[in-house]
Design a protein around this ligand. Structure first.
Ligand SMILES: [Zn+2]
Length: 128
Protein backbone atom coordinates (compact mmCIF):
# COMPACT_ATOMS: atom_id res chain seq x y z
CA UNK A 1 0.00 0.00 0.00
CA UNK A 2 2.74 2.45 0.96
CA UNK A 3 4.75 1.49 -2.11
CA UNK A 4 1.83 2.15 -4.46
CA UNK A 5 1.27 5.56 -2.82
CA UNK A 6 4.96 6.38 -3.21
CA UNK A 7 4.98 5.30 -6.88
CA UNK A 8 1.80 7.29 -7.66
CA UNK A 9 3.15 10.42 -5.94
CA UNK A 10 6.52 10.25 -7.65
CA UNK A 11 4.81 9.64 -11.04
CA UNK A 12 2.69 12.79 -10.55
CA UNK A 13 5.77 14.77 -9.54
CA UNK A 14 7.67 13.68 -12.64
CA UNK A 15 4.71 14.55 -14.95
CA UNK A 16 4.34 17.97 -13.30
CA UNK A 17 8.06 18.70 -13.68
CA UNK A 18 7.93 17.68 -17.37
CA UNK A 19 4.89 19.90 -18.00
CA UNK A 20 6.63 22.86 -16.31
CA UNK A 21 9.76 22.29 -18.38
CA UNK A 22 7.70 22.19 -21.64
CA UNK A 23 5.80 25.38 -20.81
CA UNK A 24 8.99 27.23 -19.85
CA UNK A 25 10.62 26.13 -23.12
CA UNK A 26 7.62 27.37 -25.12
CA UNK A 27 7.65 30.72 -23.33
CA UNK A 28 11.37 31.05 -23.88
CA UNK A 29 10.93 30.33 -27.62
CA UNK A 30 8.24 33.02 -27.99
CA UNK A 31 10.15 35.66 -26.04
CA UNK A 32 13.64 35.75 -27.47
CA UNK A 33 16.17 38.23 -26.22
CA UNK A 34 14.98 40.73 -28.87
CA UNK A 35 11.29 40.36 -27.97
CA UNK A 36 8.49 39.73 -30.44
CA UNK A 37 9.83 39.29 -34.01
CA UNK A 38 9.02 42.07 -36.45
CA UNK A 39 7.23 41.58 -39.78
CA UNK A 40 10.57 41.68 -41.60
CA UNK A 41 12.02 38.98 -39.35
CA UNK A 42 9.01 36.75 -39.96
CA UNK A 43 8.47 37.45 -43.67
CA UNK A 44 9.85 35.12 -46.33
CA UNK A 45 9.79 34.92 -50.11
CA UNK A 46 7.67 37.41 -52.00
CA UNK A 47 6.45 39.17 -48.84
CA UNK A 48 10.06 39.77 -47.73
CA UNK A 49 11.02 41.14 -51.16
CA UNK A 50 8.02 43.50 -51.09
CA UNK A 51 8.91 44.73 -47.58
CA UNK A 52 12.56 45.32 -48.51
CA UNK A 53 11.51 47.18 -51.67
CA UNK A 54 9.11 49.29 -49.60
CA UNK A 55 12.02 50.31 -47.35
CA UNK A 56 13.77 51.60 -50.48
CA UNK A 57 10.62 53.49 -51.50
CA UNK A 58 9.73 51.12 -54.34
CA UNK A 59 6.56 49.18 -55.06
CA UNK A 60 7.54 46.48 -57.60
CA UNK A 61 4.32 44.48 -57.25
CA UNK A 62 1.91 47.46 -57.17
CA UNK A 63 0.48 46.38 -53.84
CA UNK A 64 0.45 49.76 -52.15
CA UNK A 65 -2.00 52.58 -52.76
CA UNK A 66 -0.95 54.55 -55.81
CA UNK A 67 0.28 58.09 -55.32
CA UNK A 68 -2.13 60.78 -56.44
CA UNK A 69 -1.05 63.28 -59.07
CA UNK A 70 -2.59 66.60 -60.00
CA UNK A 71 -2.76 65.66 -63.70
CA UNK A 72 -1.24 68.96 -64.80
CA UNK A 73 1.67 69.33 -67.21
CA UNK A 74 4.00 69.91 -64.20
CA UNK A 75 2.61 66.94 -62.22
CA UNK A 76 1.27 64.41 -64.75
CA UNK A 77 -0.25 61.05 -63.85
CA UNK A 78 2.65 58.59 -64.04
CA UNK A 79 1.69 55.32 -65.70
CA UNK A 80 4.18 52.45 -65.19
CA UNK A 81 4.67 50.08 -68.09
CA UNK A 82 7.01 47.23 -69.01
CA UNK A 83 6.60 48.04 -72.69
CA UNK A 84 6.79 51.19 -74.79
CA UNK A 85 3.02 51.84 -74.82
CA UNK A 86 0.02 51.23 -72.62
CA UNK A 87 -3.74 51.59 -72.90
CA UNK A 88 -4.99 54.10 -70.32
CA UNK A 89 -8.53 54.58 -69.08
CA UNK A 90 -9.46 57.97 -67.64
CA UNK A 91 -12.55 58.28 -65.48
CA UNK A 92 -12.40 62.09 -65.89
CA UNK A 93 -14.89 62.88 -63.12
CA UNK A 94 -15.64 60.89 -60.00
CA UNK A 95 -19.27 60.09 -60.88
CA UNK A 96 -18.70 59.26 -64.55
CA UNK A 97 -19.98 55.91 -65.73
CA UNK A 98 -18.03 55.92 -69.00
CA UNK A 99 -14.27 55.49 -69.23
CA UNK A 100 -12.29 57.35 -71.88
CA UNK A 101 -9.64 55.02 -73.33
CA UNK A 102 -6.52 56.15 -75.19
CA UNK A 103 -3.02 54.88 -75.95
CA UNK A 104 -0.03 56.34 -74.09
CA UNK A 105 3.41 56.02 -75.70
CA UNK A 106 6.81 56.22 -74.00
CA UNK A 107 8.51 59.62 -74.29
CA UNK A 108 5.32 61.28 -75.50
CA UNK A 109 3.10 62.61 -72.65
CA UNK A 110 -0.57 62.60 -73.63
CA UNK A 111 -3.68 64.42 -72.52
CA UNK A 112 -7.06 62.83 -71.96
CA UNK A 113 -9.22 63.80 -74.96
CA UNK A 114 -12.19 64.45 -72.67
CA UNK A 115 -10.93 66.18 -69.51
CA UNK A 116 -7.40 67.21 -70.54
CA UNK A 117 -5.52 65.52 -67.68
CA UNK A 118 -1.86 64.91 -68.43
CA UNK A 119 -0.45 61.38 -68.49
CA UNK A 120 3.16 60.25 -68.81
CA UNK A 121 4.45 56.73 -69.33
CA UNK A 122 7.40 55.64 -67.20
CA UNK A 123 9.31 52.48 -67.93
CA UNK A 124 9.28 49.87 -65.20
CA UNK A 125 11.20 46.59 -65.06
CA UNK A 126 9.63 43.44 -63.78
CA UNK A 127 10.90 42.63 -60.26
CA UNK A 128 12.15 39.12 -61.13
ZN1 LIG B 1 -10.16 62.26 -68.60
Amino acid sequence: MATQFLIRTSYKAVRLAAANHRSRTAVRAMCTAKGIPTNEEQATGLELRALLAQKKGKDPYSIFRPKEYAGTSEDPHLVPSIGDKRLVGCLCEEDNTAIVWFWLHEGNPERCPSCGSHYKLIHQELPH
